[in-house]
Design a protein around this ligand. Structure first.
Ligand SMILES: CCCCC/C=C\C/C=C\C/C=C\C/C=C\C/C=C\CC/C=C/C(=O)SCCNC(=O)CCNC(=O)[C@H](O)C(C)(C)COP(=O)(O)OP(=O)(O)OC[C@H]1O[C@@H](n2cnc3c(N)ncnc32)[C@H](O)[C@@H]1OP(=O)(O)O
Ligand code: FAD
Length: 672
């Protein structure tokens, strides 16, 4: 069968309604229609072409991004796109740009931390892009430790101004996207000092460049921090360095929703908790979880289509086996496909949680903020780590051709992998989750009932009482056959028991230390494992919740059920040590889980292509010869190779200087 016939043949085997699945993936019919329209708009506009990105030098690449970002903004205005449409347009343009930080961090920081008055002054300017902003928190010497930032904001009551200053080299702002060459303004995080006293880190709106000629204002030194990992990729962004030499700003440019500074330099705490200063990070972490499913599904779409097209070995009659039919390929690929769906649904849920906490904050209810922080931090960490690893696995699943830029995977990896670091290093974020879990467990004795995602810890006492029996029989008595693993309550119980037991065991170990902080530091690697177990439980439980909903479309729910159990059973297999050592399941039950997993792979196999078609990605967005919708891989790969600048001439530049003399010399030597 020819390459172009394979994918249609695969599609003919589909056992569910792909159009209905597209709507489930998008979240609603409306969301699907908006997304589909924006994807086509971008794909059909030559101004958004992106296939030469990895071949451009930095300056050319950056200028190209400026052109695209400003053109996208022009189209947004011309077409009067809604915020939702504009967001999707930006997504399909698929090129990191200063606008991401302007809309994604600068505007949310003012909204979340500014007073009403400040919002009224700054937001209209930002909404019209009459000022362009970035988020300047991280410094050369400090990123994770926000309280360790060195930039100072000292109040001068005589002039009613703050003096922003960088006292050391390590206090230089370092990394903010959009800062290097574009932003006119920044929300700068600095230590507040009034009347000689320190009041912690706060945000300040600082103008950086002239709105007339774009030159840095007096006292400000600013530039780009240099090339980053990979060609193209995140080099479209001007991550910047910034220092202040006693730069003065009016008092009302400190973001004062949490703390007000009066003209005498007195600090007045509002009823809003201090943690709200970190609120922009909570918002962005939530968007990063939703983005993880996009990046992962993109890589999986490429690897799945190519695995169906690619054949190796097994030839009796001249037709070799499609590599997607090898169980080892399925065992590597299908859990990633399942993860893409799992992250999609947990991302939807997290968006709901974030909206809920935002509404509560507006009504002065701060009770769910710690959980929102733990969920956004933990899920950001879990999903970005898994996605970065998965993109690399997809590259390997595509064999040698996956290493070509034409596969789209190297650039996707390079652009994605910093998500494990930005918005909080993934390990640092898991330690935040661990703190939250240990605090929750420590309060169990006092009768405080845990709620939300930690409610299961309230049942921990019962679980611990079973401990002596556990060692031999496991706590889940109802698993005696492979199919028993397909019961939602059983799966949930296994994941809850594992996480609860890991948390309680860690809490007990912490209790052995005289100083809890010493214990936390000593046991931090174990604590991170408990945090991972808790976050995996959240993903599994939200996928199971999704299956409880009414899901229309022939066969759609069945496919989602298969994927949900593949996601959970694969995790169980990978973390078997946790499940066995905590006595949650027996070795026999683990073996049954594996049998069930293999059986689910066989059920997914005929639907694999349709399950990635349901992402509804255009070839433009995928940017991959291997992942083409039509499966016409080899002719296009061949065609693509000839586009490389090295093939512009038969003889390469340098032939006369280097190759010819070398060959002549060897000829001369061989004649001697
Ligand atoms: C209309 C047109 C539209 C067009 C559309 C165009 C564009 C698209 C738009 C948008 C795109 C959207 C988004 C994308 C945007 C950007 C994404 C892309 C690129 C990324 C750019 C990257 C940016 C950054 O990286 S910014 C810098 C991020 N930095 C960090 O994350 C630092 C990590 N460190 C920390 O968070 C903290 O320091 C720490 C680790 C939490 C430790 O802090 P410390 O104070 O020492 O804490 P503790 O003592 O441990 O905790 C004190 C107390 O506070 C609680 N806590 C901590 N953090 C939070 C929090 N965030 N929220 C709430 N509570 C918090 C903590 O639990 C503890 O509580 P307790 O006392 O009760 O125990
Ligand atoms: C592409 C990119 C874009 C960015 N954009 C922005 C931006 O727009 N604005 C902005 O302000 N910042 C930005 N950043 C900075 C980013 O937020 C920080 O790099 C990030 O928060 C990590 O901090 P760090 O670099 O200080 O890492 P470090 O904290 O120095 O981490 C180094 C290592 O130490 C470990 N570690 C650190 N602390 C602990 C601990 N307590 N316990 C155990 N291990 C620990 C980490 O796990 C890691 O392995 C960006 C970064 C990147 C890569």
């Amino acid at each position: 069968m020819e390459g172009v016939d394979i994918l249609p043949h695969e599609r003919s085997k589909t056992q569910f309604d792909v159009d209905a699945m597209k709507i489930v993936w998008a979240g609603s019919r409306h969301a699907f229609e908006v997304s589909d329209r924006m994807a086509r708009l971008v794909a059909s506009d030559p101004a958004f072409q992106k296939d030469n990105r990895s071949r451009l030098g930095r300056k050319e690449l950056f200028k190209n991004t400026l052109r695209k970002a400003t053109y996208a903004w022009k189209r947004i205005l011309e077409l009067r796109l809604t915020e939702e449409e504009a967001g999707r347009l930006r997504f399909f343009v698929d090129e990191p740009a200063f606008t991401d930080l302007h809309w994604g961090m600068f505007v949310p920081a003012i909204k979340g931390q500014g007073t009403e008055e400040q919002q009224q002054k700054w937001l209209p300017l930002a909404y019209k892009m009459q000022i362009i902003g970035c988020y300047a928190q991280t410094e050369l010497g400090h990123g994770s430790n926000v309280q360790g930032l060195e930039t100072t904001a000292t109040f001068d009551p005589d002039k009613d101004e703050f003096v922003i200053h960088s006292p050391t080299l390590t206090s230089s702002k370092w990394w903010p996207g959009g800062l290097g060459k574009v932003s006119t303004h920044a929300v700068v995080y600095a230590r507040l000092i009034t009347n000689g006293e320190e009041h912690g880190v706060h945000g300040f709106i600082v103008q950086l460049r002239s709105l007339d000629d774009h030159m840095p204002l007096p006292g400000i030194t600013i530039g780009d921090i240099g090339m980053k990992f990979g060609n193209g990729a995140y080099n479209t962004m001007d991550n910047g360095v910034l220092t202040f030499d006693h730069v003065r700003i009016p008092r009302n440019q400190m973001l004062m929703r949490v703390l007000q500074v009066t003209s005498e330099g007195k600090c007045v705490q509002s009823n809003v908790p201090r943690q709200l200063i970190y609120g922009t990070m909570v918002f962005v972490r939530q968007t990063i979880v939703a983005d993880a499913s996009s990046a992962l599904s993109r890589a999986v779409c490429i690897a799945t289509r190519y695995s169906a097209v690619r054949r190796q070995f097994g030839s009796q009659d001249g037709v070799e086996t499609q590599v997607i039919d090898y169980k080892t390929q399925q065992n590597r690929l299908f859990p990633l496909l399942a993860s893409a769906y799992a992250f999609r649904f947990v991302g939807e849920w997290l968006k709901w949680l974030y909206t809920d906490v935002t509404q509560r904050l507006q009504a002065n209810d701060f009770s769910t903020l710690p959980e929102a922080h733990a969920c956004t931090a933990g899920l950001k960490s879990l999903t970005t780590t898994a996605t970065a690893d998965a993109i690399e696995e997809c590259r390997k699943l595509c064999g040698g051709h996956g290493y070509l830029c034409a596969s789209g995977l190297p650039e996707l990896f390079a652009v994605y992998v910093p998500a494990c670091t930005y918005e909080g290093d993934n390990v640092v974020l898991l330690l935040q989750v661990a703190r939250f879990l240990m605090k929750t467990v420590s309060q169990l004795g006092s009768g405080k009932k845990p709620i939300g995602t930690t409610a299961y810890l309230g049942r921990v006492q019962d679980l611990m009482q079973c401990r002596c029996e556990v060692q031999t029989v496991g706590i889940i008595y109802s698993i005696n056959a492979a199919e028993d693993w397909l019961k939602p309550s059983v799966m949930l119980e296994a994941f809850e028991a594992r996480s609860a037991r890991m948390c309680v065991a860690r809490a007990q170990n912490l209790g052995k230390f005289a100083n809890p902080e010493d214990g936390f530091a000593e046991l931090s690697a174990d604590l991170v494992e408990a945090a991972v177990a808790h976050c995996q439980l959240i993903v599994v439980s939200k996928f199971l919740d999704k299956l409880q909903q009414d899901i229309p479309g022939n066969g759609v729910k069945q496919q989602l059920q298969n994927l949900c159990y593949i996601y959970a059973l694969n995790l169980l297999h990978k973390h078997l040590g946790d499940f066995l050592s905590t006595g949650c399941i027996t070795p026999k039950q683990a073996s049954l889980a594996n049998d069930q997993l293999r059986s689910l792979y066989s059920q997914v196999r005929p639907n694999a292509i349709a399950l990635v078609d349901a992402f509804n990605y255009t070839d433009h967005y995928l940017g991959s010869v291997l992942g083409r919708y039509d499966g016409n891989v080899y002719p296009k790969l061949y065609e693509e190779a000839w586009k490389d600048p090295l093939n512009d001439s038969v003889l390469p530049d340098g032939y006369n200087e280097y190759i010819r003399p070398l060959l002549k010399q060897q000829l001369h030597n061989s004649r001697l």
